[in-house]
Design a protein around this ligand. Structure first.
Ligand SMILES: C[S@@+](CC[C@H](N)C(=O)[O-])C[C@H]1O[C@@H](n2cnc3c(N)ncnc32)[C@H](O)[C@@H]1O
Length: 174
C-alpha cells in the first residue's frame, strides 16, 4: 500500500489544538499579518494568533474561498493545517506563491512521492519537529482532542525558522 494512503485517512476534517500552535509563536515577528487559508473563525490558529496581537485573515472553502483558486491576500505569513489529501498540491502552491509559510502535516510518506521529492529538492524549506505526537479535534466543540493519528506531525516551513530543523517541546496537558 502506498504510504500516502496510510497517511491519508480520507478525512480532511482534523482541527488543531492549542499546544500544537504555540511552538510557532517564537518565530513570528510581532504585529504580523497572517493568512490562515484553511480556517474558519472557530479555528484556534485564528483565535491564538489574534490573541498574540497579529492580524489574521481567515479563509476556508466553506466560506467561499478555495485556496487553489483565489487571490493571495496581502500578508507576511501563510500558516495553517491544510487538507492532508492535497498536501503535495498545497505545498507546491505555497512554494510558487513565495511568501513565508508554516503548514502542519503528517510526516509519514512526506518525502516518498517522486513529485514531492523533486519539489523538496528544488526549494528551500525548514522543519519544526515536536517531541510528542499531535492529537486533533474532530469538531471544535470537543473538550479534548480525540483523533490520534499513528504518526507524528511536523511544521513544514519556508522562510520562518532560523535553521533547517528545529526541535520544540510541547506540553499536551497545558
Ligand atoms: C486538516 S483541516 C484543518 C482546519 C484548521 N486549519 C485547523 O487546523 O483547525 C483542513 C481544512 O481545509 C478545508 N479545505 C479543504 N479544501 C480546501 C480548499 N481548497 N480551500 C480552503 N479550504 C479547504 C477542509 O474543509 C478542512 O476544514
Amino acid at each position: 500500500m502506498k504510504l500516502d494512503q496510510v497517511a491519508n485517512s480520507g478525512n480532511d476534517e482534523f482541527y488543531t489544538p492549542e499546544y500544537a500552535i504555540k511552538p510557532l509563536f517564537n518565530y513570528i515577528k510581532p504585529n504580523s499579518t497572517i493568512w490562515c487559508p484553511f480556517d474558519e473563525e472557530q479555528s484556534l490558529f485564528v483565535k491564538l494568533f489574534r490573541e498574540e496581537g497579529h492580524e489574521v485573515i481567515a479563509t476556508h472553502i466553506n466560506t467561499g474561498t478555495d485556496f487553489f483558486n483565489c487571490e493571495i491576500p496581502s500578508c507576511d505569513y501563510v500558516i495553517s493545517n491544510p487538507p492532508y489529501s492535497r498536501k503535495g498540491e498545497v505545498l507546491q502552491r505555497l512554494f510558487d506563491i513565495g511568501k513565508p509559510f508554516a503548514m502542519l502535516i503528517g510526516v509519514v510518506g512526506l518525502f516518498e512521492s517522486q513529485k514531492r521529492f523533486e519539489m523538496f529538492a528544488n526549494n528551500d524549506f525548514e522543519i519544526l519537529y515536536m517531541n510528542r505526537r499531535v492529537a486533533y479535534f474532530k469538531d471544535y466543540c470537543e473538550q479534548k482532542p480525540s483523533l490520534n493519528p499513528p504518526f507524528s506531525s511536523v511544521y513544514l516551513c519556508k522562510g520562518i525558522l532560523p535553521k533547517q530543523i528545529v526541535f520544540e517541546e510541547i506540553n499536551k496537558a497545558g
